[in-house]
Design a protein around this ligand. Structure first.
Ligand code: URP
Ligand code: ZN
Ligand code: ZN
Length: 472
């Protein structure tokens, strides 16, 4: 093959970016998008018999930037076990759902340096991941040397730190304030899991004492709307006070959305929020189902008002990203909490379902296709410094999804590619479905079949924040 030839030409598709939808052809060379033009038919004709060049006819299909899932917990030690998808099965499922890169959470162990924590996870992911991956680092054990070290890991491509207000690794206000300020000074953003630990402990104890331990609905009742919104308000208050960048992960409640809107109206454009597909598709009614324990996650799904507020905020640009919080556990592990909902490992799967669900919602008129691309890909790349990802434009990595809007797809777990044994998405009917996913130009998923390989994924060196202001 002539070294100046592209390795892939996609003809006749409709290209969707965060801002535009247009008919156009795309050429890919060395894993990057090298040309976009009204027609590359002549080029394709001249290459039609050349070995090593793939020509794809995308007539009637959409050509989309692959999603970037910026909230995953692969093979994470949590809830007395390890999440059931490792870096291979999680990234395999990701690719089959149109995700070509993800940002996973490194959880610092007690006494561990941030560089050691990062290295510990990089070793696993580099051997196993089928698509590109980056890391946020969750700080659980802060001291002066960790504050110093934060700058070193920013230089290693980590521009986001995470703090939890809950679980055994919850931080207090003083630590939160120190991390916020340090992150601001070194070009990083702090993500926060916002729920009020005291409130949820008090309510949990009450419901257990009243004998409701065997009912997962009380997981929801012990972490109600005000438990989340109080913590969101507090985190936002801190970020405003220090004028520091903040990212609220897995936002699930209406009053929390209102805190974000207020912050934006006051000019705090560096305060941004993510929600997850499960909060957009389901309400707390799932906790009334016989299999409710499988869907215990934190924050829990809330009421219809909250779900409506989340969709409205996506539409208005006040919620910037949608990510999965993919953290699956087997039903047998979820069963540990049959008689005591506190013992159910918290978390759910969804990495293969997010983009198809958001795109299907777009085709059904809930949002535009451009908005689905923005929240699942372009905004994520911009906020988290993935400069080579997130758009169909010349120079970007050829992380491309060919999406057929005419397919009808019913999600069943046996068609999925993860290592869990159930799915909250079971039975959901979607309009349209991804037909192909390319990761840096390599075809890794085609018509229901995974074609990638473990170890192909590359570590994403993410750039320090320059200007990542919120833009509706
Ligand atoms: O329940 C959840 N969300 N589990 C994963 C860890 C987290 O809180 O994000
Ligand atoms: Zn969380
Ligand atoms: Zn999470």
């Amino acid at each position: 093959m002539n070294s100046s030839n592209p390795e892939l030409v996609i003809l006749n598709g409709t290209i969707v970016t965060a801002n535009e939808t247009f008919k156009g052809d795309v050429a890919v060379k060395d894993g990057r998008i090298s040309m976009i033009a009204e027609s590359l038919q002549d080029l394709a004709d001249s290459l039609s018999n050349v070995e090593g060049v793939d020509i794809i006819d995308a007539q009637g299909k959409y050509v989309l930037p692959a999603a970037i899932d910026c909230h995953t917990h692969l093979e994470m030690e949590f809830g007395g076990t390890v999440s059931s998808d490792d870096y291979t099965s999680g990234s395999r499922a990701a690719i089959c759902g149109g995700v070509a890169s993800y940002i996973d959470f490194v959880i610092q162990r007690k006494g561990e340096s941030l560089k050691d924590a990062l290295q510990r996870r990089q070793v696993l992911a580099s051997a196993k991941s089928c698509c590109d991956y980056g890391f946020h680092i969750a700080i659980t054990d802060l001291n002066e040397s960790i504050l110093e070290e934060m700058e070193e890991v920013v230089k290693l491509g980590v521009n986001s730190f995470k703090v939890f207000m809950v679980y055994s690794f919850a931080i207090d206000d003083e630590i939160f304030a120190k991390i916020l300020n340090r992150a601001k000074a070194i070009g990083a953003r702090v993500s926060v899991h916002a729920e009020n630990l005291g409130l949820l402990n008090m309510l949990t104890e009450k419901y257990i004492a009243e004998g409701h331990g065997n009912d997962p609905y009380y997981h929801y009742l012990s972490r109600p709307e005000f438990c989340e919104s109080e913590a969101v308000a507090r985190a936002v208050h801190f970020a405003k006070s220090f004028d520091a960048p903040l990212y609220i992960v897995h936002l699930a409640c209406k009053d929390g959305v209102e805190e974000i809107i207020k912050a934006h109206e006051q000019g705090f454009t560096q305060i941004v929020a993510e929600t997850c597909p499960q909060y957009l598709a389901f309400t707390s009614d799932v906790y009334k189902r016989p299999d409710a324990r499988n869907f215990v996650c934190s924050p829990p799904m809330k009421g219809q008002e909250s779900q409506d507020a989340l969709w409205a905020a996506i539409n208005s640009g006040q919620i910037s990203t949608v990510a999965t919080d993919h953290c699956p556990f087997l039903s047998t592990e979820k069963d540990w909490g049959k008689d005591d909902f506190r013992k159910i490992p918290n978390g759910m799967m969804g990495i293969e379902n997010m983009y198809p669900f958001m795109l299907s919602s777009a085709l059904q008129g809930r949002i535009t296709l451009n908005k689905a691309v923005a929240v699942c890909s372009t905004n994520v790349a911009r906020l988290f410094g993935c400069s080579t990802k997130g758009s169909i434009s010349v120079g970007k990595d050829a992380d491309i999804v060919i999406y057929n809007p005419d397919t009808k797809f019913t999600i069943t777990h046996d068609k999925m590619h993860d290592c869990c044994d159930h799915s909250i998405w079971e039975g959901m009917e979607l309009q349209g479905y991804p037909e192909m996913t390319f990761v840096r130009g390599k075809l890794c998923f085609e018509n229901g079949k995974f074609k990638g390989e473990a170890g192909y994924g590359k570590y994403l060196v993410r750039e320090p924040l320059q200007s990542v202001a919120f833009q509706p």
